[in-house]
Ligand binder design. Structure first.
Ligand code: TNX
Length: 501
């Protein structure tokens, strides 16, 4: 019987997919003879007892034995062993994310060169076991796995609608299961400023709240303590958090709190309750630069990662055209137009970040007014800005909206919430290839990866958030991690996954 099953496994893809059910699909799976049955339970052992290994083991135990799907009775004597082993290698980089899993009849060996790799091995093993709880056995096999892209991001806009810290942690939990490693946290926008800045309390006293038509005060923000906790929570899970502090546009909330930031400080200011592109943007004045460097001081202290995202998208130049301050600065710095002024603005902040050892990210529009050498470009309208940036030698993240915008409806039967939105099917997300297109072969290494963006104009609560990301996030994870792709096979693994329900 087992022999027949094994033969079926080797020759039939759908059957294979159900037995070795891991998303994202590992690079290589070699089936071996025999089965490991774990009806008597499993027990995790480690080679070594240092703190990081222990933390990984603890998390592995929680995700496996703490899962509501796990109903295997535990026997102390006959439990099968899962062994975690770090295998440092001389040439392995700290960023190495690869791992291997070997399933023998009586034990499972998870090995990696780095803790990060070991952590990912544990994620795959969790899926392997939980998806086999009906039979309590898995075939012997050898999995070797390494990701295609090093940047596998997921973004969340907490400005248009606010999501409390525990929802953010659940979001991170989902990323963990799918081996995603960058959480891009969109913390400031027109409709809300969501990060406590001690030096400027009005940013959250005023800027985090808007008064809706019915008089209801809507909003919220994260205290610095909450932010520290989330950053640490993510770090324990090998996820880097990248904060986005938008400039010079999408800044109405900050301007409502501190009108001196606008080129028209005496005009009435309010936090908008409508969506779209707003014309009141930061004025390129000394006091704005001073404010922003103060803000970035606090931001840099909270986020240990290498990158800070400074926005740069959708900044209409109407206010600058009419502003004496902006025009005088253009003249002084010999800038030809307002796009060059935006470049100057961003470069000023980028240079400041560089003094703190940080690198700056900007949305695709920043290629318009001239590119600095070190800025990382996030190409969102399509891939053109990204391609242009690679020609200039800059690193890029591809996140074209036709593949990566999870605020778009999943299918025509979903209510279409806004005129600008296209449909984005599961299949379309799965087809996403960050490197495809007209990128010269020698520039391809500049494409670090991709990410899904979740703008929340129409995502009002946690339930809707879940609806928008599931299951497209699984397709994105596989698009970014796996070299072996097959949509039918992916759908089958997805439908049979107990871990991703
Ligand atoms: C464009 S993507 C925006 C956001 C909107 C989004 C809606 C980007 C850099 N800017 O401000 O929320 O479209 O899909």
């Amino acid at each position: 019987m087992r022999l027949i099953l094994l033969l079926a496994l080797s020759f039939s893809l759908p059957c294979f997919a159900q037995v070795v059910n891991i998303i994202p699909n590992p690079s290589k799976i070699e089936m071996k003879e025999g089965f490991m049955d774990f009806k008597q339970g499993l027990s995790i052992r480690t080679h070594g007892d240092d703190a990081e290994l222990m933390a990984i083991t603890r998390q592995f135990g929680n995700s496996l034995f703490g899962s509501k799907e796990w109903k295997v009775p535990q026997s102390k004597t006959d439990a099968r062993l899962i062994i975690l082993q770090l295998m440092p290698a001389l040439n392995a980089k700290g960023t190495d994310e690869s791992y291997s899993i070997r399933v023998f009849t009586d034990s499972v060996l998870i090995q990696a060169h780095t803790y990060r790799g070991l952590f990912y091995g544990c994620q795959s093993a969790t899926q392997l076991f939980i998806n086999s709880v009906l039979t309590n056995e898995i075939p012997c096999m050898e999995i070797t796995d390494t990701p295609q892209y090093g940047w596998r991001g997921l973004h969340l806009d907490v400005c248009r609608h606010f999501f409390p810290a525990d929802v953010v942690k659940q979001y991170i939990d989902l990323m963990v299961k799918l081996k995603m490693n960058v959480f891009h946290w969109h913390l400031t926008d027109d409709q809300g400023w969501r990060i406590e800045i001690k030096k400027y309390p009005r940013l959250t006293e005023v800027g985090a709240w808007c008064t809706q038509k019915d008089g209801f005060k809507y909003g919220g923000y994260y205290t610095q303590q909450e932010i520290k906790e989330i950053v640490a929570y993510a770090a324990e899970r090998y996820i880097t958090v990248i904060p986005e502090i938008e400039l010079p546009g999408h800044s109405s909330a900050a301007i409502a709190a501190y009108p001196f930031l606008s080129c028209t400080p005496n005009e009435p200011k309010a936090i908008p309750t409508t969506w779209g592109i707003k014309k009141d943007i930061y004025c390129p004045s000394d006091s704005t630069f001073h404010f922003l460097t103060d803000v970035l001081d606090e931001v840099c202290a909270l986020f240990p990662g290498q990158y800070i995202h400074l926005g740069g998208d959708e900044a209409p130049k109407d206010a600058w055209k009419k502003s004496a301050v902006a025009q005088a600065l253009m003249k002084k710095e010999n800038l030809k137009n307002e796009e060059e002024l935006q470049h100057y603005f961003l470069k000023h902040m980028e240079d400041y970040l560089a003094t703190k050892g940080k690198r700056c990210i900007g949305w695709g529009e920043i290629v318009k007014g001239g590119l600095s050498d070190s800025v990382l470009v996030m190409s969102w309208l399509n891939k053109k800005a990204g391609v242009k940036a690679t020609e200039h030698g800059n690193q890029v993240i591809m996140t074209p909206r036709a593949f990566c915008y999870f605020d778009y409806p999943q299918k025509p039967s979903d209510k279409k919430p806004a005129w600008w939105m296209l449909y984005l099917s599961l299949h379309q997300v799965y087809r996403f290839k960050p490197m495809a297109g007209s990128i010269a072969a020698d520039k391809r290494k500049l494409v670090l990866g991709g990410q899904a963006n979740v703008w929340t104009e129409y995502i009002t609560d946690e339930k809707r958030l879940h609806h928008q990301i599931m299951p497209r996030i699984a397709a994105m994870a596989e698009a970014l991690w796996s070299k072996r792709k097959n949509f039918t096979n992916f759908q089958e693994r997805l439908n049979n996954s107990a871990v991703l329900q």
